[in-house]
Design a protein around this ligand. Structure first.
Ligand SMILES: C[S@@+](CC[C@H](N)C(=O)[O-])C[C@H]1O[C@@H](n2cnc3c(N)ncnc32)[C@H](O)[C@@H]1O
Length: 287
């Protein structure tokens, strides 16, 4: 006898709960929707619709993977971020809601219609850069990443969102491939977790996210030491920057940008009231 949507959801919830997962209700719903090609409204409005044998087999596969702590974003191959949907693979960091703090700051301060340029260092899936370009139709962007596999995902996402014409991608070690280019805005969410902390993270992150997207050296600050002076080098005079930080890195990262000569340094908090983004500017030319 085949399961209907409601039974499938209930059985999935029970399995994920038994496996000790944190959000079994939502995870179960997302997996049933994807396996049964149903919407949230179908589960409520058409709960007795039967799953086909193929859909049941797909659901079984998804549940087994989730029990092994594979992230939902990897199982579904996508993740919503800000107002866009992104393809996600094990080669990229799954975009986090905390990173939306940075996007919000940019959209508050950068004009909608003017033509300006943005550089995203460590572009990953394209989460930050594509969210900005989607809402600022005259802006153009360059995304840099050290990983070719990651750049392939960003390229794919730019094409699916119709933004490939305004986004260029470059493989490189931070700004190493850039001359004294002059961007109006530089953003970055670099890897900032201290090496010794990695083994304490949830298995979804520790075992499934790319290490190159996570590890920031012994104290988590390794990349900011390179990025602070380099970001100021590639900004236009008067240009602005914003970098994501770990919740306890405000003082150290602000100091690095101060030493590099940045002006107007401030730290923004995320929705959980944790320090999350250090922003600032390159001083304008003296007149
Ligand atoms: C924390 S992830 C951020 C991804 C994406 N920007 C986001 O916010 O979801 C950091 C990114 O930096 C890239 N990365 C790490 N070291 C790098 C380096 N030396 N030069 C350029 N990119 C680097 C990683 O491949 C990864 O995509």
């Amino acid at each position: 006898m085949s399961l209907n949507l409601l039974q499938a959801w209930q059985a999935a919830k029970a399995r994920l709960e038994a496996a000790g997962l944190a959000g079994p209700v939502i995870d179960a719903r997302l997996l049933v929707e994807a396996a049964a090609e149903a919407t949230r409204a179908d589960i409520v409005g058409d709960p007795y619709r039967a799953l086909t044998p193929e859909q049941e087999a797909t659901l079984e596969d998804y549940l087994t993977r989730r029990e092994h702590r594979e992230p939902i974003s990897h199982i579904l191959g996508r993740k919503g971020f800000w107002k866009i949907m992104l393809n996600v693979t094990p080669d990229v960091l799954t975009p986090r809601p905390d990173t939306e703090t940075l996007v919000e700051w940019v959209l508050r301060d950068f004009p909608e219609r003017a033509a300006w340029s943005v550089l995203d260092l460590g572009v990953g899936s394209g989460a930050i850069l594509l969210s900005i370009l989607a809402e600022r139709p005259a802006a153009r962007g360059l995304g840099v990443d050290v990983s070719e596999e990651t750049l392939a995902v960003a390229r794919d996402n730019a094409a699916s969102l119709g933004l490939a014409g305004r986004m260029a991608l470059l493989r490189g070690d931070w700004t190493a491939g850039l001359e004294d280019a002059a961007f109006d805005l530089v953003v970055s969410n670099p890897p900032y977790i201290a090496s010794h902390v990695i083994e304490t993270l949830e298995p979804e992150v520790r075992d499934h996210e790319p290490r190159v997207a996570l590890v920031g050296g012994d104290d988590g600050l390794m990349h900011y030491r390179v990025l602070a002076p380099e970001i100021l080098r590639v900004l236009k005079p008067g240009g602005r920057f914003a970098v994501e930080i770990g919740y306890d890195q405000k003082t150290a990262v602000e100091a690095l940008f101060r030493e590099a000569g940045a002006a107007d340094i401030q730290t923004l908090q995320d929705l959980g009231q944790r320090d999350r983004v250090v922003a600032g500017a390159k001083k304008p030319l003296e007149t």
